[in-house]
Design a protein around this ligand. Sequence first.
Ligand SMILES: NC(=O)c1ccc[n+]([C@@H]2O[C@H](COP(=O)([O-])OP(=O)(O)OC[C@H]3O[C@@H](n4cnc5c(N)ncnc54)[C@H](OP(=O)(O)O)[C@@H]3O)[C@@H](O)[C@H]2O)c1
Length: 234
Amino acid sequence: MRHLDGKVAIITGASSGIGRAAAKIFAAEGARLVVAARREAELGMLVEEIGDAGGEAVAVAGDVREEALNRRLVEVAVERFGGLDVAFNNAGSTGESALVADLSLDGWNEMLAVNLTSAFLAAKYQVPAMIARGGGSIVFTSTFVGHTAGMPGMGAYAASKAGLTGLVQVLAAELGPKNIRVNALLPGGTDTALNPANFENPDMQLVAFIHGLHASFVTGTSMLADGGVSINRT
Ligand SMILES: NC(=O)c1ccc[n+]([C@@H]2O[C@H](COP(=O)([O-])OP(=O)(O)OC[C@H]3O[C@@H](n4cnc5c(N)ncnc54)[C@H](OP(=O)(O)O)[C@@H]3O)[C@@H](O)[C@H]2O)c1
């Protein structure tokens, strides 16, 4: 049996990078998908590729900072596929790069909106749909920055992503009795538009595993998936 057979999943930040790779793996693992990001053409290509490979996905273009988009994603999952089991809330950006003393208030607020408030809005609408389904799994994409490494110029990014750890722990405690698991994935060194590097894009198998059959006791965690890059001091 595949990890996500019969499951319905939302994936944000699916137009490129980690979200795009995860969407293809989720579909190959049996999930039907609602994929989201702002770039509609890229989402359209992804939906086509998944369809060609025998999977099923529908695209919803929009901005994760907007409450209406977060509500709509859940509505589409329910209308199109009958419910929601899995959410990979992965959209994010690094924002303004500046030392904290030089960072603008707008830059700070922008990071909180894109990386943290979006997570609250996602959970706010996903949780009732998962409760109606009898359970589910939510994963947020955080980062090793601000977790195992302080990086000059990334104060707003680090703070916004570290906020996810707190949100995950509270959600996991609130939702354990409802059979909903909540975790954060902390990638690093992944070759994407956000972090261009000269190596192959690794498969995002870990996130499919966390959502899947064999991770039923995994909740409230913040899990590094960075090849050891953030703890390597040599
Ligand atoms: N690459 C790494 O090594 C690394 C390390 C740590 C954490 N991360 C995290 O991993 C996640 C994915 O990043 P990536 O590396 O795969 O980079 P990426 O290719 O730039 O992907 C970012 C995704 O987020 C979407 N996005 C950004 N802002 C959005 C908004 N306001 N509304 C809707 N969608 C939005 C982008 O789509 P549109 O532009 O089409 O909206 C894109 O699909 C991010 O949360 C990032 O912080 C990455």
